[in-house]
Design a protein around this ligand. Structure first.
Ligand SMILES: [Zn+2]
Length: 532
């Protein structure tokens, strides 16, 4: 007798090669054991649980290539945001930002630096290695997790939160940490050159680290440079990322690369330079999410000199009148009026909680100060526990054009879907609850994308890139990570106005053979494993 049979659905198998076809799917233990016509038992049912799903699609569970749920999963392991939208595997450790390998002191300090992005993880966990990090998620949360070795942790563990070159013995130690992390199961390494201490790095440092990742056949995930352009050998941000790929030979993966309100409609122009690099031999993949604006933490708006030394030093500079004046001038100069076109997504304290969802321009006006001053004040009041969402463009046409661009980019076989989920705060970005159903629902229908192609970008494609053996496709012998959805009804309900609403049209989600969502509700089963 099988443990579970999904009966009468249309299989979209995740390969992108085969149109939907009618088949039953049988599961025993953690694995898919049969796909085809499964007879009912002659003296009783064929499975302990049978779900009739005529008219619905059964597809591999979605593999989210870019999330910031490293703390959210520890604090709320049922993870309704991810499971709710059909995600069964999440790639953690993104943008160089995560918690291991770190000493207890560095773990506590860096948790505070990252708190606007991730919230606060439990303080007493062993984060001294990637193996320890993985153990905190293994069979303790609803989704499978993949680790990357985060560049910031590597720098913190070797040269601290200092603006110094990583060379000589320190560079050797950093390379050992990367090697060890991948040995312990990380799928590769990540950097984020809009975050510190990663952005203190030169191109040469990044090439050196990427070479280790290449030796180990891992993926090097990069958020390209925002700070310290002078360390990039005269290269613009995208050119620098490609140069790292070219010189190291690593499998390069560029995170959240899409058009913005500055270049809507120019998906082709966006890719020209990258396509030339691929012709030159760069091994490149990318991801994107279907929204016109992003979300992050305000600490990443601050330049390198201001954040050097870590959270205590940042708070001291926020209190210092001269440093404050200088950084506010920097913020106004580099962002202009766009700085106010932002809202507070997450606020740590009760006292300021009412700011969640408020536009920065409104908060500043209410307080009678400039936007930059208000931003610095709130960071200080919250001791950095505050996050932001950029507001969507005022023109709906621009918004729709960027969505069309994302759909067009996802036509390319080198693209996959990464939600960039940050599921904290009442004003969080709707991508944490809506990315996958938004693409499979309204955007697929609006643009007439073949279902099997879009599903491949969410499943088989990332499984292959991140070497998640036995996942990403519906076939016998694979792990039973599955989603069941109604192709005509599926849609996101999470909006900027009401971002924490689960989608419709996706009744069941299976992780490692167990129902994590059934009939539209999370079950509380924590069957996720640290993979691969
Ligand atoms: Zn990110």
């Amino acid at each position: 007798m099988f443990d579970l049979v999904l009966r009468g659905g249309q299989v979209v198998d995740g390969t992108g090669q085969r149109p939907p076809y009618c088949a039953d799917v049988a599961v025993s233990g953690q694995k898919i054991v049969a796909v085809g016509d499964i007879a009912g038992g002659s003296d009783g049912p064929a499975a302990r649980t049978e779900l009739q799903i005529p008219g619905l699609v059964v597809a591999p569970g979605f593999i989210d290539t870019h999330v910031h749920t490293d703390a959210a999963l520890l604090n709320d392991p049922q993870h309704e945001s991810g499971i709710g939208m059909g995600v069964t595997t999440e790639v953690l450790g993104q943008d160089g930002l995560s918690y291991a390998p770190l000493s207890p002191e560095n773990y506590r300090a860096y948790s505070q630096y990252m708190s606007g992005l991730c919230g606060v993880p439990p303080t007493d966990l062993d984060m001294s290695s990637i193996a320890a990090f993985r153990s905190h998620y293994h069979r303790k949360c609803a989704v499978n997790t993949v680790a990357l070795v985060p560049h910031c942790a590597v720098r913190l563990s070797t040269v601290g939160f200092e603006d110094v070159p990583l060379t000589g013995a320190a560079l050797d130690a950093a390379k050992d940490l990367v090697r060890e992390g991948i040995d312990q199961g990380a799928a590769g390494m990540s950097t984020g050159l809009g975050f510190f201490p990663a952005a203190y790095a030169t191109t040469e440092e990044l090439v050196e680290l990427a070479r280790v990742v290449a030796e180990m056949d891992g993926v090097f995930v990069i958020q390209y440079r925002f700070f310290n352009a002078d360390r990039a050998e005269g290269l613009a941000p995208v050119a620098e990322a490609l140069e790292i790929g070219r010189r190291s030979g690593v499998k390069l993966h560029i995170a959240h690369h899409r058009t913005t309100p500055a270049n809507p409609g120019d998906a082709e122009g966006l890719m020209e330079e990258l396509d030339r690099a691929v012709e030159d031999g760069v091994d490149l993949t990318l991801d994107a999410y279907p929204y016109p604006c992003g979300s992050t933490m305000p600490v990443c708006r601050l330049p390198g000199w201001f954040v050097e030394g870590g959270p205590e030093a940042i708070l001291a500079r926020l209190r210092d009148p001269e440093d404050r004046a200088r950084v506010e001038e920097f913020l106004e100069e580099i962002n202009g009026p766009a700085l106010g076109h932002t809202s507070w997504s997450y606020i740590g304290s009760e006292r300021n909680r009412h700011l969640e969802g408020m536009a920065w321009s409104d908060v500043a006006a209410e307080r009678g100060v400039s936007v930059a001053e208000m931003m610095c004040d709130v960071m200080l009041e919250e001791e950095l526990h505050c996050g932001l969402t950029v507001l969507p463009p005022l023109s709906i046409a621009v918004w729709r054009q960027i969505e069309a661009d994302v759909v067009r980019l996802l036509n390319r076989p080198d693209y996959m879907v990464g939600s960039d989920a940050i599921p904290i705060g009442s004003g969080c970005h709707p991508r944490a609850f809506g990315t996958y159903p938004r693409l499979l629902g309204r955007l697929r229908r609006r643009h007439g994308v073949p279902l099997e192609q879009l599903v491949h970008r969410m499943t088989g494609n990332p499984a292959e890139r991140f070497k998640l053996t036995g996942r990403g496709t519906v076939k016998e012998g694979n792990f039973a990570d599955l989603v069941v959805f109604d192709p005509d009804r599926i849609d996101d309900l999470a909006s900027f106005e009401d971002p924490r609403v689960p989608p419709v049209g996706m009744p069941h989600v299976v992780v490692n053979g167990q129902l994590a969502k059934r009939d539209g509700s999370c079950t509380g089963v924590l069957a996720g494993e640290a993979v691969p």
